[in-house]
Design a protein around this ligand. Structure first.
Ligand code: SF4
Length: 799
């Protein structure tokens, strides 16, 4: 924890700087770029039936989009308005009326013909619904009927056969906390959240190396740092207002570097609507690119360190911050021995970059007095995601970029709730204020007044696989309670996920809108529970941003939807129905204020949350910098360098490594078929022009991307992607990824794979005799049981 307090928002310079312009032609005429004005007008039109409420949400609420963090239209980084089209696109989720007419009770096949976008457009879920096995339609039930049915199921099964999951868009800390407490009260540790498929490796790696579980710095540290590096992170698309921070940084001379297989157009140049010169002429964001192979980051960073150690041999202190290392860091010699033992050949092959380019990057960092490293899914969504992040931490420790101004490590979060979810304990490896370890368990048991289950809970991927365990198995998933989440459109291998969903006896979907996963059958019944948005919650709610700002979002006056309830209230109700007598004794907090007061006791770093009561209230836990002064919350106060071996990806000569990217979307919610930054359609397969020429495939030709896990039917689009690599849109590309392959420390599923690409006509002509087809019983790679990375035992699938 740091002592220094955040200094508050900074001011942008008033004079323009033409050297940063993308083009002297105004408004990016002739260029592929987002159309912010058009998108804003579209938002006004879409919310025309509820404009005053929409305005109040934007001006008073805390954004429910990404976790950059903004209260109303103001943030803590820059003076001036903070608004983006992502927030505007999501606005309709909050202003839409209830689903009209008989749609909710239509034949299930009619609903199943709709896409998730069409289901979303239907409006809000107004009241509880149930669909029993064999029934063709949902039917309305009372809250009592729905909750009693769920409670009865809880009482009838072993708690190890029940699991909770919570999404990250819009949920508040109060909801996560109540869900975490309820799950343990009901005897299960199977509770997980959306960070499992995004940043769980970040937390695991940060804990392992530094003892922290969140960004070590604040956004204001970007502004004026010598080097700002984005690793596998397209912030211009996913956290759009961050482009304003990058602009501010560049105005102070910061060098911006992007490490990514695809030269993402949005990170090359962006038209920032709230900065007049940028809105007119655009801003060049990246100063340089390092187009690594998919999965080549570890090799790349080993190359950087190898170069540094060579520099040190020639001139001690020319690359490493030796004073910082000797005072604050362990493991230098082991790391040195490991890296020096690696060959440049292997590093170049693995990273896809020549030694000279790696040396250029190493030299830039060696000369920098300060640096901030930001990363996202490009590093985490790998079966070695924790090791990827560990390498970034290794670089920062070797350069002393930690715990001081303009330095730090930032896993930038894409969902408004996700930072708080694990910190509130909605995670199999966490409890409020700590890990799932004996000391924290004891502390929380005292506070909560009941005994916690001691066995290790499962990550959500394993939970879903457990639905396919044989009947009678002690860990077979029989009741799955999910707040938000659309697993069919977020997890690898959707066919397998559907089997899992259908094999669960009772599935409960607590949500504000319909999605495709809710329409899957269940063995006994599917129950839908209508939730309130964060803006409708009595007593307001809080959410924690990437930079650890805990913002208060007040209840906002406006229309309310049918029988929708506060999510925390639904969990509390469930606890009381399953074990009424004990709940009366230990589940007492029944207002948002009382929950916040309890959070402050349960999670000591959240002390202060109990005082958040009105619009604009906030605090930053941990201060400006975690590990301030280089002192880490580890047993000896020192950071840990960890040697990381190359993952050794060796694709076949005729194969590609494929990964996914995002377009006009928020998580799995797609808002446009065309990616505004690249012009790519969602069916497009992005490939390097030289690779396309070698394959004899022209732009726009139909292709099949295939491997033993699935097939993707799309169109080829040439783009500046590193050779031998492909990019597809997420989640469409998920059909190509294996299920059951998890990162061993944090449990994130693998979202990268080797594929082959062929013209569609060639594929069809050959497929019957040449290719294996995907069959239901085809064995896939054996699942790797993840260990917690937090000192807990690995989750078990077969207990
Ligand atoms: S950048 Fe993120 S926090 Fe800011 S308005 Fe957009 S979605 Fe909301």
């Amino acid at each position: 924890m740091g002592k220094t307090k955040h200094g508050g928002p900074m001011r942008l310079p008033k004079t323009p700087k033409p050297g940063l312009w993308v083009s002297p032609v105004p408004l990016g005429l002739g260029k592929v770029k987002p159309h912010h004005i058009y998108d804003t007008l579209k938002t006004v039109w879409r919310n025309r039936d509820n404009l005053p409420y929409a305005y109040r949400i934007l001006t008073r609420g805390v954004c429910d989009g990404c976790a950059l963090g903004v209260s109303g239209l103001r943030d803590r980084t820059l003076v001036g308005p903070h608004l983006c089209t992502t927030r505007l696109n999501l606005l309709r989720l909050n202003t839409a009326p209830a689903i009209q007419g008989d749609v909710l009770t239509a034949d299930i096949d009619e609903l199943r013909r709709m896409t998730s976008a069409e289901l979303r457009e239907l409006g809000r879920l107004p009241y509880p619904m149930i669909r029993e096995r064999g029934e063709r339609r949902f039917r309305r039930v009372t809250w009592d009927e729905a909750m009693d049915r769920i409670a009865a199921k809880f009482r009838a099964i072993d708690p190890k056969q029940a699991a909770f999951y919570l999404t990250a868009r819009g949920l508040t800390n109060e909801t996560y906390y109540m869900a975490a407490k309820t799950a343990r009260f009901l005897g299960t540790n199977h509770i997980d959240n959306a960070s499992r498929i995004c940043h769980s490796p970040s937390k695991t790696a940060l804990k392992r190396s530094l003892g922290i579980g969140a960004s070590s710095c604040s956004y204001t540290d970007w502004i004026g740092t010598d080097v700002l590096v984005f690793w596998g992170s397209v912030v211009a698309n996913n956290q759009p207002v961050s482009t304003k921070y990058i602009y501010a940084a560049k105005r102070q001379g910061t060098k911006v570097i992007v490490v990514n297989p695809y030269r993402e157009p949005a990170m090359d140049g962006y038209w920032i609507p709230s900065i007049p010169e940028s809105a007119l002429f655009g801003t060049k964001l990246a100063d340089d690119w390092y187009q690594v192979n998919i999965g080549g980051d570890i090799d790349f960073m080993n190359g950087v360190m190898k170069h540094w150690f060579e520099m040190e041999k020639r001139e001690p202190g020319s690359a490493l911050d030796l004073a910082f290392i000797s005072k604050h860091v362990n493991g230098l010699e082991e790391l040195r021995a490991h890296v020096e033992g690696l060959s440049w050949d292997g590093i170049e092959r693995g990273s896809g970059l020549p030694r000279e380019r790696i040396a250029a990057f190493a030299g830039l960092l060696a000369r920098a007095r300060s640096g901030v490293f930001v990363w996202s899914m490009g590093l985490t969504q790998h079966r070695f995601g924790t090791d990827n992040v560990t390498q970034v931490i290794n670089l920062a420790l070797l350069r002393g970029f930690l715990g001081r101004a303009k330095c730090g490590l930032m896993p930038i979060r894409g969902h408004s709730g996700v930072q708080g979810s694990s910190e509130m304990g909605a995670d199999p490896f966490s409890l409020p204020g700590g890990d799932f370890d004996p000391a924290t368990i004891e502390r929380i048991e005292k506070l909560w007044g009941f005994e916690l289950p001691k066995w290790q809970g499962d990550i959500v991927g394993v939970t879903l696989e457990n639905a396919l365990l044989p009947d009678g198995h002690g860990r077979r998933l029989r009741l799955f309670y999910t707040s938000g989440g659309n697993f069919l459109e977020t997890m690898p291998n959707p066919d397998r996920i559907r089997q899992s969903l259908e094999n669960i006896e009772l599935r409960v979907h607590q949500d504000i809108i319909l999605n495709t996963s809710m329409l899957a059958d269940a063995r006994e019944a599917v129950i839908l529970l209508p939730a309130k948005t964060r803006y409708e919650q009595e007593g307001g709610g809080t959410s924690t941003s990437t930079e650890r700002m805990v913002y208060f979002s007040p209840e906002i006056p406006g229309p309310r939807i049918g029988e929708a309830r506060e999510e925390w209230r639904i969990f509390l109700d469930l606890a009381r129905r399953v074990k009424p007598e004990e709940a009366a004794r230990v589940m007492k907090a029944e207002t948002a204020e009382a929950i916040r007061a309890e959070i402050a006791l349960a999670a000591p770093n959240y002390d202060g949350i109990q005082d958040l009561a009105k619009q604009g209230d906030f605090f930053q836990w941990g201060g400006m910098w975690l590990c301030e002064g280089g002192v880490c919350p580890t047993p000896d106060g020192r950071g840990r360098l960890i040697p990381i071996a190359s993952p050794g990806i060796r694709r076949s000569e005729d194969a590609f490594m494929a990964t996914t990217r995002r377009g006009k979307q928020f998580n799995s919610m797609v808002y446009g078929e065309v990616d505004p930054s690249s012009g790519a359609l969602r069916e497009d397969v992005l490939m390097n022009p030289d690779d396309a020429a070698e394959l004899g495939i022209a732009d726009g030709e139909a292709v099949v991307v295939h491997n033993r896990f699935g097939r993707f039917y799309g169109r080829l689009r040439t783009a500046p992607v590193a050779r031998g690599n492909l990019e597809l849109f997420w989640p469409e590309g998920n059909v190509l990824f294996p299920s059951g392959v998890y990162e061993p420390h944090a449990g994130i599923p693998e979202y990268n794979t080797e594929v082959r690409v062929e013209k569609a006509d060639v594929f069809y002509a050959r497929k019957d005799r040449k290719y294996r087809t995907k069959e239901a019983d085809e064995p896939e790679e054996a699942p790797a049981a993840p260990s917690a990375g937090t000192g807990a035992e690995p989750p078990c699938r077969t207990e």
